[in-house]
Design a protein around this ligand. Structure first.
Ligand SMILES: [Zn+2]
Length: 128
């Protein structure tokens, strides 16, 4: 995938992230006590578990977000941004082939091409 395409998908993903963060704001503002505009803000205000020192604010923040469907989606989108950075974006993690652009536009955080995905779905159904 060339730079122009990566830039395009980066923008697409960032738009989605912004939108979800907005959605999550009203959901999290009680917990985050005013830091709701920036999720990477200081969350120590609600660090009520001193025994939980090993997991930093970031992990706690994720745990909090992962509790919701939007949060999980956000997590996947952030991972997609990481893949844009390390150059593995748009590559199927099973067969290493390119994932179609149309598919990535619909599902920018996709890690599998449509063939591998449907194969996985098929295997899942058979296992049941
Ligand atoms: Zn594949």
């Amino acid at each position: 995938m060339n730079k122009k395409d990566l830039k395009y998908f980066e923008g697409l993903i960032q738009d989605k992230i912004q939108k979800i963060r907005k959605d999550l704001d009203h959901f999290g503002e009680n917990v985050m006590s005013g830091t709701n505009t920036e999720l990477s803000g200081d969350l120590s205000a609600y660090a009520t578990h001193p025994s939980d020192q090993s997991s930093g604010a970031t992990e706690r923040e994720y745990a909090f977000m992962l509790a919701s469907k939007e949060g999980r989606f956000l997590h996947h989108l952030n991972e997609a941004l990481e893949r844009i950075k390390d150059g593995t974006f748009g590559k199927c993690r099973v067969c290493q082939k390119k994932i179609g652009k149309t598919r990535l536009e619909a599902v920018p955080h996709a890690t599998m091409c449509i063939q591998c995905k449907s194969e996985e779905e098929r295997l899942k159904r058979e296992r049941r």
